[in-house]
Design a protein around this ligand. Sequence first.
Ligand SMILES: [Zn+2]
Length: 458
Amino acid sequence: MYAIDDQLIDRFHICDDYLQPLLAAVHRSPGRRPRCLCSATETGGVDMYVARIGGRYVLKRMPGTGPHHAPACPSFTPPVELTGLAPLIGTAIREQPGTGLTRLTLGFPLTRHPARASTATTGQCDAAAENECDNAKLSLRGLLHLLWDEAEFVRWVPAMAGRRRWPAIRRYVLLAADAKATKSRTLAELLWLPEPFTVAEKIDIAARRATMFAPYAASGRHKRLLLGLGEVKDIGAARFGRHKLIVKHAPDCPFILNPETLAILHRNFATELGLRQALPDTKLIALFTFGITDAGVAVADRVALMNVTADWIPFESVFEHTLVTGLVARSRRFRKAMRYNQPATHALAALILTDTDPPTACYLISAATNGAPAPNDPNLPLAQWIWNTSIQAMPQIPAPITAVSAAGPRRVSTTNPAAEEAYDPTFAKEAQSWTKHTTAQMNSPKADCAKTSDTSSR
Ligand SMILES: [Zn+2]
């Protein structure tokens, strides 16, 4: 339930058309704060704000307020310190609630100088490792994690099982890119994701793609680059000694990899490539910059990779895959924590269980991790669960205790998860939402009422 002034609005009606004029009016009056009434501990509700995304007005949580929401609330996020996002807030990622715009400082170039032969000679943060850089700038991998985080594919509830498909992934990633800008360009104008492929629309899809790419083929001293995001179908040999990246849904659009780009990819993302080879029922997501040659050939410049489960939930190791898929199989609820720029040796929470009371931060550490996780802030209601993968089998996962309905605490059935979903209207509604999104062809993004995330309130 939300409150705008004295008016109470059901969470699932907040995106209805009849409320758009009200949200527009609030958007024009930044002093008016809608409130989310999910948390019993926040007697006055948690402040929100209205942003304009994809041409519609939507509610978003205020920066830094994610932990104040009830764990079951879509606006809940764990404390930002548990994730790799914390050092980037206010530096590489600067959110402006007054305008709804998020400014990003990128640690990789969006232009390619003709004299620069390859990625190997560029960038302040990418020479050593494509996926890690100083916290004043967002690495390519960090941007991929930000988009996934913002698109809410880090959040899992059982009702989502079997309902995530590429059309929905594409739609929400494009929405996540909306209202974000680099120093000179908006992310939405840069980002390309392949349209869901159908034979009937094959020619039209290719034509729309060519229209988007065409302005970037112009000759010039500095070649402007685009950003591409897709599921990797293959990285293999092309003719004449080159290699190519093929993404699903765009088999007719290979992205040529020159030898230097390929070498850096193999060096910096050997773990991700190895995991994809070892775990057949997983996916590999690529975010890459690419240019268009004067002849219209797409050439990748830099590539970042991320492993996700069959349900599109990110993971970093076989152990984490075991944990995530085990939780999904047990119908648990959780929120995956993303690493952003932070190295794999840094002990960050892997995920936060949101169906325990209090929520539980789950850590996976090993002999390669630098130290133990920092103790939780005593002022935050949060438990810790630590699995040292170097010396022990997976410890018992804390049992679910509390309800996830925003209406209040409720004991969860551990014997019949299906019945639990039927009981909880929150998840029934969420399931309908996912079904709707995954059955439609979504060629252009539209704002969705369920998107209430910001970039700075993890
Ligand atoms: Zn809330």
